[in-house]
Design a protein. Sequence first.
Length: 347
Amino acid sequence: MPKPRDSAGAPADPAARPDRQVLLDVEDLVVEYGVDEPVRAVDHVSLRVRRGEFVGIVGESGCGKSTLLYAIARLLSPPARIVSGTVDFNGHHMVELTEDELRHIRWRDYSVVMQSAMNALNPVLSIGAQLRDAIAAHEKVSAATMRTRAEEVLRLVGIDPIHLSSYPHQLSGGMRQRAMIAMALVFRPDLVIMDEPTSALDVVAQRSLMRRVKQLQEEFGFAVLFVTHDMSLVSHYSDRLAIMYAGQLVELGPTSEVFAQARHPYSVGLLQAFPSLRGPRRELTGIPGSPPDLRHPPAGCRFQARCPQVMDVCRQEPATYQVGRAELVRCHLYAPSRRTPEPVEPR
Ligand SMILES: Nc1ncnc2c1ncn2[C@@H]1O[C@H](COP(=O)(O)OP(=O)(O)OP(=O)(O)O)[C@@H](O)[C@H]1O
């Protein structure tokens, strides 16, 4: 398994961060699509992100990762709706904010980088015009100041300001994603939400973009909430890792801990399905079967039909447990009555 490392090559040390102030507090969030036989895409998810923290969210396609991000950012549109739960971002009760109130804080306090910049950028406006529009929506500044700000922010992401006059189709895929990130950083927000921002890029462009994001994050101190399918990316860049299965969080903990000792049988399977760049060669195994239909999830543990360690008790809903340094593991294997004590780690 790849060993979690930060951009400088040193092992990430998530344990150094719990003292930081909570920036985003998602509590018991439920999101559904539709009303008759609704798809419950996010099912009682609770998650905290601290200031300056990089939190990765992984899980199979359709497990609710994007829905969770978009619910937090209040970018869902019908038939999706937040059924219950709260999202506290920097003192704002996100679920209750009006569109007008959201406009004030979106881009300025938090921003969102989507999967495909080609869909998010306006194809008929130059990059400079789009940056100017974003700035003008929040601040009254002179044209000269606006130009300087736009140049600065493009330089930050490694794009020559000459491209202020370029249109999205004139840039490479990597440059377009960088331009989106530039836009997301114009106001130095506290939180940048990213939905697979590098999935359309080749591996070299992916790495170089992620390295830059991490450097900027360390320089400006914003937090990142990041969805990806790429376990190697999260192993390199995230401080904590949330693993979702069928709309629920099944494991949450420091990335180093999850990679070193995944607890939930689904997390174990997910990690075994990815090749390790540094560790010894080993056979890759997938997870047989497929996730349940979120219209009719099974009673009890949602992973029971695919779980190699399934027990009778799995027909009942598992509680969540704190195990070692993992904050949350949703699995009967870790019920105190079943658990063998973990060795105490030396401090
Ligand atoms: N507009 C919609 N109407 C009904 N169901 C939807 C809609 N959009 C998403 N869903 C369902 O919600 C669930 C979660 O979808 P979501 O896109 O959040 O998953 P994901 O984990 O981000 O997947 P991926 O990794 O493929 O992007 C899926 O079962 C999906 O089929």
